[in-house]
Ligand binder design. Sequence first.
Ligand code: DQA
Length: 146
Amino acid sequence: MKVLVIHGVNLNMLGKREPGIYGNKNFDDINNIIKNKAKRENIDIEIYQSNHEGEIVDKIQEAYDNAVDYIIINPAAFTHYSIAIRDALAAVNIPFVEVHISNVYKREKFRHKSVTAPIAIGQITGFSYYGYLMAIDYLKYRENGE
Ligand code: DQA
């Protein structure tokens, strides 16, 4: 199973950025935890981050050419308004899980709207970086059953 993890805008600042909301673990630590989990589960994983909407669109389009089976994406602020990222996800038709580190529904109203969630398999929000591991567990279950 080939999985692409996409982190959106400002997520490279994890660990430094609003630790009361996003925690103290830094971006590299979180990616190492995700990579170790993927390795244990025999999943071929690539992790990508960009602060640029168009680059994320390019990466999603590339996933189509690379026969990626699933995408796990935290679009970060792009979640709330990027029709371009939503359209790219719809275009490639690769099933995806949307992850948020914080519980967006506990926060400002503008974070309650996701333009991507309506076409996702599902959304995981509020479980810290553990949400990425939950997404991997779900994809494994989806492929192999219990
Ligand atoms: C976030 C929530 C978004 O509202 C915010 O813009 C982010 C991170 C999260 O992971 O909790 O940058 O996606």
